[in-house]
Design a binder for this molecule. Structure first.
Ligand code: FAD
Length: 393
């Protein structure tokens, strides 16, 4: 593993850094963006930021040039993500479209589908959501019950999805539906592209304990989906769905950054008091902070190891489950520790001088979600046990 950047990579970093510094919206305040805006304000901000990134050619960095991307190497993507993270800047607005849907269509879509959908994914003119999970099917996704029945040149869809992130803002949905109920469960599923404005779709936002409503229940009642919107073969959508999940797992966990959180945890330890003294003077607290720093560093180096694998041309393997598991659990433990350290003061959530730093309560309430989304911690442990450690089922 060679951690140095080549001259070309160094110059790419300089180019990214210069562009971001020149184009950073002057009113950008990362704390306000994460914790101080309403969901609508945040979305508007992110859309405007997306347009700016797109105009600069920074959206879909990893997409091939023929599809409007930049054809960036893996290292260039890492550098770009790094420069965003340093400034606590978010990526653009159409994350699921760009990370999951676009790459899946590049692999499985017809020429007509690629031509129709890819440019508008990049520009965020069309926002996408992922209709996989159902009330009775999450971890065991292949047990899904939403039905799609062929009727002439269309499928007619009936059923319900749940936890559909961003469905309330989405124009399109990648939908898994059962087309052959007689076949073994992985065999009878098809992968459809569904226009969210089709008659028969009802979207109901779910309010989370953070107070915001990021995901939804989505109901399908006799929704007609043109046959041209089938991706891959009929009844063989599971293979397409797995491609999407591989792209999802490869991206999850690696996007959790700890430098800022560690800094803010140290600030919380300076703010909190133990026996009349700043908590950071307590050796037990210092030891725990050091332990978090060690784990975050170990995670970063494991990430580099995975990156090296990918640079050698190997696909993201089940090791991606390790980053997802360890990253999301560390993120949760750090938030829980900060809230315990601050005590009732953690409930005060302002940016005023003298108030506890870090918005730790909001972070704790959100942190649990990362241990569930994209495959729960228990499921990641199962994958690691079976496919990495080779333990018996
Ligand atoms: C923030 C967030 C965003 C999401 N966004 C989307 C989205 O956009 N689109 C979408 O389709 N879904 C989305 N989801 C849903 C997510 O994929 C599911 O919540 C997840 O896969 C778990 O499924 P479930 O909720 O049905 O739990 P279940 O599968 O019912 O699991 C319940 C519990 O049982 C455990 N368990 C289940 N099976 C096993 C097993 N074999 N071994 C050991 N333990 C097991 C689980 O770990 C869990 O603790 C989102 C979830 C979250 C939290």
């Amino acid at each position: 593993m060679d951690l140095r950047l080549s001259a070309a990579e160094e110059s790419f970093r300089a180019e990214v850094s210069d562009w971001l510094d020149a184009n950073l919206p002057p009113d950008f305040d990362p704390d306000r963006f994460e914790f101080g805006m309403t969901a609508d304000e945040r979305w508007d901000w992110q859309l405007a930021w997306h347009r700016r990134l797109h105009a600069g050619g920074w959206v879909g960095l990893h997409w091939p040039r023929e599809y409007g991307g930049r054809g960036a190497t893996l290292m260039e993507q890492v550098i770009f993500a790094d420069e965003l993270a340093k400034r606590r800047l978010p990526a653009g607005a159409n994350l699921l479209g760009i990370l999951l849907v676009g790459p899946t269509l590049m692999q499985w879509g017809t020429e007509a589908q690629k031509k129709r959908f890819l440019p508008k994914i990049l520009s965020a003119e069309e926002i996408w959501c992922q209709g996989y999970s159902e009330p009775g099917s999450g971890s065991d996704l292949a047990s899904l019950q939403t039905r799609a029945v062929r009727d002439g040149d269309a499928f007619v869809v009936n059923g319900q999805k749940v936890w559909t992130s961003g469905a309330h803002r989405a124009d399109w949905c990648i939908l898994l539906a059962r087309t052959d109920p007689e076949a073994p469960k992985h065999r009878g599923i098809s992968y459809l592209l569904v226009d969210m404005r089709s008659p028969g779709i009802t979207v109901r936002p779910l309010v989370q304990m953070t107070g915001s409503a990021g995901f939804n229940e989505v109901f399908f009642e006799d929704v007609r989906v043109p046959r041209a919107n089938l991706v891959g073969e009929e009844h063989r959508g599971w293979e397409v769905a797995i491609t999407t999940l591989m792209f999802e797992r490869a991206g999850l966990g690696t996007d959790l950054r700890f430098e800022g959180a560690l800094e803010s945890l140290v600030a919380a330890a300076r703010h909190a008091r133990r026996a009349g003294r700043p908590a950071i003077e307590d050796p037990g607290v210092r030891e725990q902070l050091a332990q978090f720093a060690i784990e975050a560093t170990a995670l970063r180096y494991s990430g580099y190891r995975q990156l090296t694998r990918r640079l050698k041309g190997q696909p993201p393997g089940p090791e991606g489950s390790m980053a997802k598991l360890v990253g999301s659990e560390l993120n949760l433990r750090m938030a829980q520790y900060a809230v315990a350290l601050l005590g009732p003061a953690a409930q005060i959530d302002t940016n005023e001088a003298g108030e506890p730093p870090g918005h730790w309560l909001a972070r704790e309430l959100m942190a649990r979600a990362h241990t569930i989304a994209g495959g729960t911690s228990e499921i990641q442990r199962n994958i690691l046990a079976e496919r990495v450690l080779g333990l018996p089922r």
